[in-house]
Design a binder for this molecule. Structure first.
Ligand code: AHR
Length: 348
């Protein structure tokens, strides 16, 4: 059994000299920001200046605002953050927004009131949670975004918050689309199961996929609907869409949970997922890899949830006054029938 830290070292590549403590190679970065010693401050309008400074300490009190805890991906992310905080002797104030934007804004507000040193925020959606970032900045508390972005017109990395750490979601969608073009020879009737409306992985996974199949006249998205990154919603949405589109040949789900829901709906409708309807997805959770091994899921691009070491490494760099890239991009593997079974044990 591979532990999450070792898994992270294998699967995450982060570039920059300033983050040398974090290993890493081959990442995309935007403009750097420097920490500790910047003047901080800022207003709720956002878009300028530098993030609030962070004083170097032996131990920190940090907040981690998680969006929801109803699936293995989120639980793996939370466990990675808690394990890293515990290892360092830092105090982690954890909140679960139960998939509510209002609660997540309140959670961040409460962390501000508790004067935490820094807030790690995994935002539900781009626009509402940009306000929470600006609130923290106005209170002089630095924020590091994990796994999802906020609207760049409202709050900018390196100015309103320290950095974004996460996957390249456009690339994930593109990789799925490219695989599908090859696997189908450019002929497909596709149902797309979108993630939470307004969330950056839903926006970008759609964008990347659309770009990859553009120029393939034989590939058509016959229906595209949000199913909130949730298994049960994925099943319900697929059930409904199958009635209007029984001729579907591909389900593209923006995450494994929705793909697993779609697989149940396809089976209930008498179809054979993985054969007469190809199913492709993103995340690489254990159940997703098992579905590949069982022949029901065809291709799965990883989205690594193991943020703990990288997140706290970025905190250290920032507090130490080193340059921190505006974006720290996680590099993800991909799974198919050739490698899924042997990867199950190291997945989450
Ligand atoms: O933001 C990352 C995405 O959010 C994961 O792919 C998904 O499973 C989660 O809910």
């Amino acid at each position: 059994m591979t532990n999450p830290r070792r898994h992270l070292v294998r699967t995450v590549a982060v570039c920059t000299l300033a983050l040398s403590a974090l290993l890493i190679a081959g990442c995309h970065t935007n403009g750097p920001t420097s920490g500790g010693g910047s003047t901080g401050g800022g207003t709720a309008s956002g878009g300028g200046g530098t993030p609030p400074p962070l004083t170097k300490k032996a131990h920190y009190v940090v907040g981690f605002s998680q969006v929801v805890s109803n699936n293995p991906w989120r639980i793996a992310e939370t466990n990675s953050m808690k394990a890293e905080a515990a290892k360092r002797g830092d105090k982690l104030i954890f909140t679960d927004a139960t998939d509510s934007e209002a609660k997540q804004i309140a959670d961040v507000t409460s962390m501000v009131a508790q004067h935490v040193d820094l807030i790690f925020l995994a935002p539900k959606s781009e626009k509402p949670l940009a306000q929470a970032v600006l609130k923290a900045k106005a209170a002089n508390i630095p924020v590091i975004l994990l796994d999802r972005r906020v609207d760049a017109d409202m709050a900018k990395p390196g100015a309103d918050y320290v950095t974004f750490i996460g996957s390249d979601f456009v690339d994930q969608g593109k990789r799925v689309g490219q695989w599908l073009v090859k696997a189908t020879g450019g002929k497909a009737k596709i149902i797309e199961m979108e993630g939470t409306a307004g969330a950056s992985p839903a926006i970008d996974r759609k964008k990347g996929f659309d770009g990859a199949i553009a120029g393939q006249p034989g590939m058509q998205i016959i229906a595209s609907q949000p199913a909130d990154f949730a298994r049960d919603k994925g099943r319900q949405v697929t059930e409904t869409l199958l009635q209007a589109h029984p001729d579907v040949s591909v389900v593209y789900a923006h995450n494994d949970e929705m793909a697993l829901g779609a697989i149940s709906a396809l089976e209930a409708a008498g179809k054979t997922p993985g054969k007469d309807v190809l199913v492709v997805s993103i995340d690489g959770e254990k159940y997703g890899l098992q579905a590949i091994a069982d022949g029901k899921l065809n291709y799965d691009v990883q989205s690594s949830p193991f943020f703990g070491p990288v997140a706290f490494g970025a905190l250290d760099s920032y507090a130490g006054g080193q340059k921190v890239p505006a974006d720290i991009v996680v590099h993800d593997k991909a799974y198919d029938a050739a490698n899924a079974r042997q990867e199950i044990a190291s997945s989450y």
